[in-house]
Design a binder for this molecule. Structure first.
Ligand code: SAM
Ligand code: SF4
Length: 344
């Protein structure tokens, strides 16, 4: 159990985080661990070296940093990783962050998970104030699932999804669309997810870190996929914006929501409202760039004042956007960090 004492106020509490381009940062993603029980082919290499545990932020440090962001106007926190639910005692952190929801300025606490541990945590997540979660699922075929994740069991994930539905959590399925790997499952996944009252978001694979996949061969531009789906379904535009790269439609035939995350073929950096904290306390201002500020050192060496100043430095450093390119001339990663390090 973490026992958190009331913290003194941040020097700039109440002053919003605004970058050089006038974008307000209101959304923090927190990677609570770089570790994972899966090794998805597009995310990780087969043999990963994980960070030494002593370098990882303690729950108290995460809570302090998250609290600093909330007092500077962040209204949404997402826990991610790696797999957030494999970090030991993770529910202690979820509960302590959940307290910001009760009149503390935080509007939403959420989580992105691979679902493997969801069956035992779903109720606790709901009890802590989480209303919506994202679960990653790229296929409904058990053999394919184990091949893509290199070790996962789809039955665990499906049980986790059922437990989350029973706990009353709203669920969005994230599916990385890959040519020649799962592109034949897009329509079945729409029917499956929407048939259970869940949203589905399709994601373009991004060139982050060295992994076990030919990124060029497997890259499936979602523009092409959307055209294919539009021939079969009625895709109604809806006005749902999250400040991120996702764009949403309603599928008239199913009534469900379908999202497209297109960082490769179309980026929406001009409306970006988010920053990402790694498990070791580096703050990345863009998934696809290397600009960073070390919040762990700021906090450990200078306390709250230095942390506060580091947030302002981060706003000056937030880049205009990423420039992912993926073609036969550019087959390597745009940045060497795996998605599991920065937090997806
Ligand atoms: N382990 C959790 C999960 O899988 O949901 C959370 C972390 S994972 C890095 C977050 C999301 O990033 C997942 O939906 C995953 O499919 C996606 N992802 C990982 N690597 C990616 C890549 N190279 N390109 C696009 N999406 C990626
Ligand atoms: Fe783990 Fe999520 Fe990366 Fe898959 S996508 S290896 S589940 S962190």
């Amino acid at each position: 159990m973490t026992h958190l004492s009331p913290r003194p106020a941040l020097p700039s509490a109440g002053r919003p985080l605004v970058d050089r381009y006038g974008r307000h940062v209101t959304y923090l993603r927190i990677s609570v661990t770089d570790r994972c029980d899966f090794r998805c082919v597009y995310c990780m290499a087969e043999n990963m070296t994980f960070l030494p545990k002593r370098e990882i932020l303690s729950f108290e440090e995460i809570e302090t940093i998250a609290g600093a962001f909330v007092s500077r106007g962040v209204t949404k926190l997402r826990l991610t990783g790696g797999e957030p639910l494999v970090r030991r005692d993770i529910m202690d952190l979820v509960r302590s962050l959940g307290r910001h929801l009760k009149g503390g300025g935080l509007q939403e606490l959420t989580i992105t998970t691979n679902g493997s541990q969801l069956a035992r945590h779903a109720e606790g997540l709901a009890a802590a104030g989480i209303r919506r979660i994202n679960v990653s699922l790229d296929t409904l075929d058990p053999g394919r699932f184990t091949a893509i994740t290199r070790r996962g069991r789809i039955a665990d994930v499906l049980a986790g999804i059922e437990a989350a539905r029973t706990a009353g959590l709203e669920i969005k399925i994230n599916m990385v669309a890959m040519r020649g790997i799962n592109e034949d499952e897009i329509e079945p996944m729409i029917a499956w997810a929407h048939g259970r009252g869940m949203g589905l978001t399709l994601i373009e694979g991004m060139p982050l870190g060295e992994v076990g996949l030919d990124r060029v061969d497997s890259y499936l531009p979602l523009r092409e996929l959307r055209d294919r789906l539009a021939a079969r379904y009625t895709l109604e535009k809806i006005d749902k914006r999250t400040g991120g790269p996702a764009r949403y439609v309603r599928v008239a035939e199913t009534g469900g929501i379908l999202g497209f995350i297109t960082p490769m073929s179309h980026n929406f950096c001009e409306s970006c409202n988010r920053v990402r904290l790694t498990a070791t306390g580096q703050l990345f201002m863009c998934l696809g760039q290397d600009d960073q500020v070390n919040l762990r050192d700021a906090l450990r060496e200078g306390g709250l004042d230095t942390l506060d100043a580091a947030l302002d430095r981060a706003m000056i450093l937030k880049p205009k956007g990423h420039d992912f390119v993926l073609d036969r001339e550019h087959t390597g990663p745009a940045v060497m960090r795996h998605m599991s390090v920065t937090g997806g």
